[in-house]
Design a protein around this ligand. Structure first.
Ligand SMILES: NC(=O)C1=CN([C@@H]2O[C@H](COP(=O)(O)OP(=O)(O)OC[C@H]3O[C@@H](n4cnc5c(N)ncnc54)[C@H](OP(=O)(O)O)[C@@H]3O)[C@@H](O)[C@H]2O)C=CC1
Ligand SMILES: O=C(O)[C@H](O)COP(=O)(O)O
Length: 498
């Protein structure tokens, strides 16, 4: 049950509170939003506070300097590390239970629990990495630049940016929030979290876990409300010194509006899966199922188009179809493989893409079947470049297959996309795989496995419309700091020997 026991203070009557200045609060306007639509029942499930601009403005007056004044080892060992235990222990009562309902993520197969455990591990790794990364600076002497004597010593260290604004998406409301929160805090920043509307309750519980772990209150605030209503005010607020966003094309708009501050944008993807003639087709089929259909295809790193050499295409399609037939479809509470997609808008969009392909003569490997937001898994064979599904991201359990005559054709399709997040290639020839990886213009290429963001310390980045900057624990800690130089000017040049 949500908001019971240790979580009771997070709720007021029927509406969840927001957190600012270390306290759980109700909006002064008394406005809440009936936005927590359960994707399975399509009924309103929760209310969260609709924060006003005034409340947002007050939130950004954060006592960030408090944390900067404690030694880094103390922050890491006593505070951030400790959070891990609390996170995992409390999680089963709070965020996990909510995730299932709010975003229809199946408990075991959809990795709801592993999302939370992974987040605890991320916090722990971040604490360890932070003490090393942030301890390192650089030391330069002036005489390596022409015309200079050795009379200036430059000491460079890393300092916090100030206030980091974190905006995660619905599909990982806990993990993609934590992957921004932990690096921001270990680096000495304060953080304002604007959780996804769908996923806000899980996020509010997770923030409370940080507080229960003894994290100084006021350093993490959590503002709720619809992104379309409060997004501009938040992202353009002068107190915000950095934005870390994960989501769709909204990120492109935010990038245009945000001020002169560091941005980390992880946006959409149309990850290709290139399959060569010599590939192990059983391995490919398993990865296509896992990569294309886990959490009903609602992952930015999902396999979103298969580009298979013609000579092995029929065999591969047959193997994948046999596995599709075994996928269970239904409610997240029953731990089905395929569960309802997040909203009606999303299901309508998926249907639109399927109908466009159908009209243009695609081979439907299964009948299109939909009940409310529940869409049965569907493989579309013989997809052509004039079909929208070849380029657009359904974010659902529908996977197009394009039969290619050459590897070059596959690479051309990959590089012709607006997106460039990840891609994968299956072949037994490692030399060929390396050449293809170099030719693919994506942030990451996986050889003989489906795309994936994790492990969470790996760099994760997108090219073109897939994003700016690079995620991964170390990269994020670095991105959430800036260099500070102190130059010691000597009265006379100093040479150490001779
Ligand atoms: N590259 C990556 O790592 C990932 C990319 N994605 C991409 O995200 C999309 C689906 O996720 P979804 O959550 O629907 O993405 P959205 O871009 O719709 O939303 C992401 C977040 O932005 C908020 N938001 C919405 N409008 C604004 C605004 N004007 N200003 C500031 N914030 C705003 C949302 O809040 P609210 O919910 O209140 O609208 C939510 O918290 C897919 O395209 C997918 O590819 C998803 C996950 C990971
Ligand atoms: O939001 C997403 O979809 C992710 O960042 C992908 O993460 P995953 O590869 O671990 O599912």
């Amino acid at each position: 049950m949500a908001a019971t026991g240790a979580f009771a203070e997070v709720i007021n009557g029927a509406a969840f509170k927001y957190n600012a200045e270390g306290e759980w609060k109700k909006c002064s306007s008394k406005r809440s939003v009936q936005i927590m639509m359960n994707p399975t029942t399509r009924k309103n499930h929760y209310k969260v506070q609709a924060s006003s601009n005034k409340e947002i403005a007050e939130t950004s007056k954060i006592v960030q300097k408090g944390l900067v004044k404690s030694p880094l080892w103390k922050t890491a060992a006593e505070v951030v590390h400790h959070e891990t235990d609390s996170f995992v222990v409390e999680a089963n009562n709070g965020p996990v239970a909510e995730l299932v309902k709010e975003v229809a993520k199946p408990a075991v197969k959809g990795a709801t629990r592993s999302e939370v455990v992974r987040s605890g591990d991320l916090v722990s790794y971040c604490a360890e990495e932070g003490v090393r990364v942030l301890a390192e600076g650089s030391f330069l002497t002036s005489d390596s630049f022409p015309g200079n004597e050795r009379s200036k010593f430059c000491m460079v260290s890393k300092i916090p940016l100030g206030v980091v604004l974190a905006i995660p998406p619905f599909n990982y409301p806990v993990n993609l929030a934590v992957s921004k929160i932990a690096p921001a805090l270990i680096a000495g920043n304060a953080l304002v979290l604007k959780p996804p509307t769908q996923g806000a309750v899980a996020a509010l519980h997770m923030v409370h876990c940080f507080h229960m772990a003894g994290f100084p209150k006021g350093l993490i605030s959590c503002i709720t409300g619809k992104g379309s209503e409060i997004g501009d005010f938040l992202t353009m607020h002068p107190a915000v010194n950095c934005i870390s966003f994960t989501g769709g094309d909204t990120g492109i708009e935010i990038s245009k509006k945000a001020g002169m501050i560091p941005l980390q944008m992880e946006l959409g993807g149309k990850d290709v899966c290139i399959v060569l003639e010599d590939a192990d087709l059983d391995l490919v089929a398993t990865n296509i199922i896992k990569g294309g259909f886990s959490y009903s295809g609602q992952r930015c790193t999902a396999v979103k188009v298969v580009l298979v050499m013609e000579s092995v295409a029929s065999d591969l399609v047959e193997k994948v179809n046999a596995m599709v037939a075994k996928l269970t479809v239904g409610r997240p509470e029953d731990d089905c493989d395929i569960t309802p997609v997040v909203s009606e808008t999303s299901s309508n969009y998926i249907e639109e893409l399927v109908m466009d392909a159908k009209q243009k003569g695609v081979t439907m490997c299964q009948e299109f079947k939909r009940e409310g937001n529940l869409i049965w898994p569907l493989l579309l064979d013989n997809v052509r470049a004039d079909m929208r599904i070849a380029w657009e991201e359904p974010f659902g359990p529908v996977l197009p297959v394009i039969r290619i005559k050459s590897v070059e054709e596959g690479i051309e399709h990959c590089n012709g996309s607006n997106y460039g997040l990840q891609g994968c290639v299956f072949t037994r020839d490692i030399n060929k795989a390396m050449l293809i990886s170099d030719a693919m213009e994506t942030g990451t290429v996986q050889i003989n496995s489906a795309p994936a963001r994790g492990p969470d310390h790996f760099p994760f980045q997108g090219l073109r419309d897939s994003g700016i900057g690079s995620q991964g624990i170390t990269n994020t800690i670095n991105m959430m700091t800036k260099n500070k130089s102190t130059v010691l000017n000597l009265p006379s040049p100093s040479y150490t020997m001779g």
